[in-house]
Design a protein around this ligand. Structure first.
Ligand code: ADP
Ligand code: GLC
Length: 470
């Protein structure tokens, strides 16, 4: 079975968040269970691209508005990711270093999608399934079905995965002319609430759609995302498949970024060496329990609650607790954290920015990982934490419900809380600290969670079943 994934991120070529991790791992694991999977992404002007060799396998052009763009499809020569990696190179349109955040993102995403369908429509040997991820690829199923120029692709099967329903990529009807000439009777497929909505369009036009956890699919039926009624009406095409983790990359026994590698047998020593290194570089006392947060500072992640929750918790615990935050995003949240750092330098520190290596060291060196997410389609952080023997403290939502059981449940190993409030976070942390006092129980849980297998093998076979059912 041949599957081509289309994604705007793919670790290690380009990553902003979990989408990058998923796209960099799922094709590799699909190949391990016998499929033939590859991935196409935009060509970014970044280090990964410069440091790899690329072979041009196709050249073409397309029109966007009044401009004609030449494009190349290039393939990474070494196949080092465990699957064939293709990029769309579009000079004049895709000239930036990062996946998002530019004034012409709508045009950049469109160019990427048009180059893919144009290329596929012109080659003989096409994949059987095109698997699109999130809104930057959301118009592909529409173009394949209704753009006259790509009529050869009408019968090709498509899967669309919603990684995050909060980002739908909507843009005004004034840009409808950017979409290659299509059957005007189908215009309604592009729209949701009177604007062009790539995510809604994908849900309508794809053969099947998935979310990255079963509970998030249920959440979407009642969420405030604006897609509730659409999800309800398309429910026959829907399934929730829980993400996995790339156990080759996220492995405390081999992780090159740790101060000391470890496994479940020497977890106590291993974590303590990493904790000391981490605390030393952030001027925190390693004898205190360490709670960390890693992620985007966004409303969905509860980034706005962090500074207040930490301040109150440190006071409630009479300063017998430390916090470390790694993240970036909303400026107000970044400023609040920077201020807190000045106010409580002995108990709190933060790194505002993106730092892959530091993230690994934090999963290894922390005692607890805090995720006060309001919305969490899957969440990978808690899965990495488990693998590194770090106990997750999570709000009960989406994928966090599917992966973390509270210590009060039989077999439970984490801390869960219900409300997205500062008080609820502090009570949850207090429960964690009670657990921390019991060294034997802590060790038992660390060893238990390190044995969990959240690797992609299981999810990859669920995707294979889905592809086969089509
Ligand atoms: P999301 O995709 O919604 O941001 P996930 O939990 O699925 O959340 O994945 C987040 C991924 O991004 C993880 O690999 C996490 O370690 C990483 N990450 C998030 N923020 C940062 C950061 N500031 N520095 C390094 N890695 C980060
Ligand atoms: C999204 C979600 C996150 C999920 C990730 C990978 O960014 O916010 O919960 O883990 O995609 O699927």
């Amino acid at each position: 079975m041949t599957i081509l994934h289309a994604s705007s991120e793919c670790y290690p070529a380009a990553k902003v968040g979990g989408l990058g991790d998923v796209a960099g791992a799922l094709p590799k694991y699909l190949n391990r269970v016998g499929a033939n999977a590859s991935l196409i992404m935009p060509h970014y002007h970044n280090k990964f691209y410069r440091e790899h060799n690329w072979e041009t396998i196709f050249e073409g052009d397309f029109k966007l508005n009044v401009s004609v763009y030449d494009y190349k499809i290039k393939k990474e020569s070494s196949n080092e990711l465990g699957f064939a990696l293709y990029v769309t190179e579009i000079p004049g349109l895709l000239d930036e270093e990062l996946p998002y955040g530019y004034p012409n993102d709508v045009e950049r995403h469109l160019g990427f999608q048009i180059a893919i369908v144009d290329w596929l429509s012109k080659i003989e040997e096409r994949p059987q399934i095109l698997h699109c991820h999130d809104h930057p690829t959301g118009l592909i199923p529409f173009m394949m079905s209704y753009c006259y120029r790509y009529a050869q692709l009408k019968e090709m099967k498509t899967v669309f995965t919603i990684h995050n329903g909060e980002y739908q990529g909507s843009f005004g009807m004034d840009k409808i002319h950017l979409i290659p000439y299509f059957d005007d009777w189908k215009r309604g497929m592009l729209e949701w609430n009177n604007i062009i909505n790539p995510m809604a369009c994908a849900i309508k036009c794809c053969w099947r759609f998935t979310t990255v956890s079963p509970t998030y699919m249920k959440d979407l039926h009642h969420s405030q995302s604006g897609l509730q009624s659409l999800i309800n009406s398309e429910t026959k095409k829907a399934s929730g498949i829980l993400n996995g983790i790339d156990a080759d990359v996220w492995n405390p026994e081999t992780d090159k970024w740790l101060e000391a590698c470890y496994n479940k047998e020497d977890v106590e020593t291993g974590k303590s060496i990493n904790k000391t290194a981490l605390c030393n570089s952030f001027q925190l006392n390693p004898d205190r329990p360490l709670v960390v947060f890693i992620g985007r500072l966004a409303n969905e992640k509860g980034g706005d609650l962090l500074a207040d929750a930490i301040r109150q918790s440190v006071m409630m615990q009479h300063k017998a607790i430390n916090y470390l935050v790694l993240g970036s995003g909303r400026k107000e949240d970044e400023n609040a954290l920077n201020e807190l750092k000045d106010a409580m330098p002995d108990n709190f520190n933060c790194y505002i920015g993106y730092h892959e290596k530091l993230a690994h060291l934090m999963y290894a060196g922390a005692d607890f990982l805090l995720m006060p997410s309001r919305i969490e389609p899957c969440g990978l952080n808690q899965l990495y934490a488990l693998r590194y023997g770090t106990i997750p403290i999570v709000r009960s939502t989406g994928g966090l419900i599917d992966t973390i059981m509270d210590i009060n449940e039989p077999g439970g190993f984490g801390i869960r809380f219900e409300h997205d409030t500062v008080a609820a976070i502090d009570v949850a942390v207090e429960r964690a600290l009670t657990l921390f006092q019991d060294a034997d129980k802590m060790k038992e849980i660390k060893q238990q969670i390190m044995t969990f297998n959240h690797s992609w093998e299981h999810a990859a076979s669920e995707y294979i079943d889905l592809y086969e059912s089509m």
